[in-house]
Write a protein that binds this ligand. Structure first.
Ligand code: PHE
Length: 393
């Protein structure tokens, strides 16, 4: 069989040896991926497919499109504010829940605390879901202006623009005592619209809309008009007093912070059609960025045919099933052969609900065969039946 699947996270359960079967399940078993008791904070540990990404550091790989964009943004800030911002791009993505949530005033009920959204390593440690987690420790260490780049992790749906690992640039800047809030907001907005014009061109239309983040107030989002639609590109605002206090910043000092997703920007800028491409080692992708030009447009090298398959199951009324768990299994078992997963049907009968998901299999690099996809899909069904609180139809 053509096996693009990682043996340690995926096993053809019917044919592998018992030792391999144990190994396969060890990394992605019911016990360590899902916690049946939703009241605990730990839903499960981090699957191997995610751990493998922790060491990739795409944003630090020379001439990778994410690295090109990161450097362009850093250079823009350096040019606009010479020697003002400290740069960090190797901060560890493993952080504490205190740092991730409490420092940033994220309330106990906030969805980002849920193990269905965030990768917990244990009850007190997790893979950062955003780069803002570093603000308070850096402020405590005396930093007054910094630009951070790193990999962030979120359980999410599977489609062309979402991937469980992506990259962000975050920044914060404090101002001298007594600087007015109006001045700081003006500085924030002009820095960011300057950046957007630099990246997308002076003609680009953009607008500010009200945002909402637990750690900033007021908060804003910047949207740019791109191919007939408004696209949100970043979030920002004035850092809340409580966060500054957590960072031991004195009471008369204020500052701004912002955060942006690099993949989202890079997809627009380089015209990259599918987020999985950032993880590709295919030279037909990487070689197109060899000159480091941030205005380069990607020329797709293929449109390989897709294979669609549906999977349907029942969930009970009290079921702990969460859609993100299903997406995660699909992404993990199929490596990057799945382009999207979407719910195509949902109905209730008596005490149960029937869900049907359509999976579009399509490789970015080659044609898939029906034999391998049938095999993969069967294994997926088997795995879903074993690990999720559902009954296959
Ligand atoms: N951390 C936010 C996010 O991931 C972005 C943000 C950073 C917003 C800093 C405001 C200030 O969406």
């Amino acid at each position: 069989m053509v096996c693009r699947l990682r043996l340690s996270t995926y096993m053809r359960l019917s044919t592998v040896t018992p030792a391999f079967r144990r190994l396969g399940r060890q990394t992605f078993s019911k016990a360590n991926v899902f916690h049946s008791d939703r009241s605990t904070t730990v839903r499960g540990r981090v699957p191997l497919s995610i751990w493998e990404k922790v060491t990739a550091q795409l944003h630090n790989q020379s001439l990778h499109p994410l690295n090109i964009l990161r450097r362009e943004i850093e250079a823009h800030f350096e040019k606009t504010y010479p020697s003002l911002f400290e740069l960090h791009s190797s901060l560890s993505p493993i952080v504490t829940t205190e740092q991730c949530f409490d420092h940033l005033l994220i309330p106990p009920s906030h969805t980002s605390r849920s193990p269905t959204d965030t990768y917990y390593i244990d009850k007190h440690t997790l893979l950062r879901p955003h780069m803002t987690v570093h603000d308070v420790p850096l402020l405590r260490g005396g930093s007054e202006a910094f630009l951070l780049c790193g990999d962030v992790y979120r359980r999410d749906s599977v489609d062309r623009t979402h991937y469980p690992v992506f990259h962000q640039i975050d920044a914060a800047r404090l101002f001298p005592c007594g600087t007015s809030q109006e001045y700081i907001v003006d500085d924030l907005k002009s820095s960011l619209s300057g950046l957007a014009h630099h990246l997308f061109g002076p003609e680009t239309r953009m607008r500010w809309v009200e945002g909402s983040f637990p750690f900033t107030s007021p908060s804003f989002e910047l949207e740019i008009f791109w191919r007939d639609e408004w696209l949100e590109v970043l979030g920002c605002g004035l850092i809340r007093r409580g966060v500054l206090q957590n960072g031991n910043v004195s009471n008369d000092v204020n500052g701004w912070a912002f955060g942006l997703g690099l993949e989202r920007l890079a997809m627009v800028l380089f015209e990259i059609p599918d987020i999985r491409l950032f993880w590709s080692r295919d030279t037909r992708f990487l070689d197109q960025f060899k000159d480091g030009d941030f205005q380069r447009k990607f020329k797709p090298f293929s449109a390989y045919p897709s294979i669609e398959k549906d999977i349907s199951f029942w969930i009970g009324e009290e079921s702990t099933f969460h859609e993100n768990d299903f997406h995660e299994i699909v992404r993990s078992l199929s490596e990057d052969l799945v382009e999207s997963v979407s719910m195509v049907d949902r109905y209730k009968r008596a005490e149960r609900t029937s869900l049907c998901f359509r999976i579009i299999y399509r490789s970015m690099e080659r044609s898939l065969t029906h034999v391998e996809i049938n095999e993969l899909h069967d294994s997926l069904r088997e795995f879903v039946a074993e690990t999720l609180p559902v009954t296959l139809r």
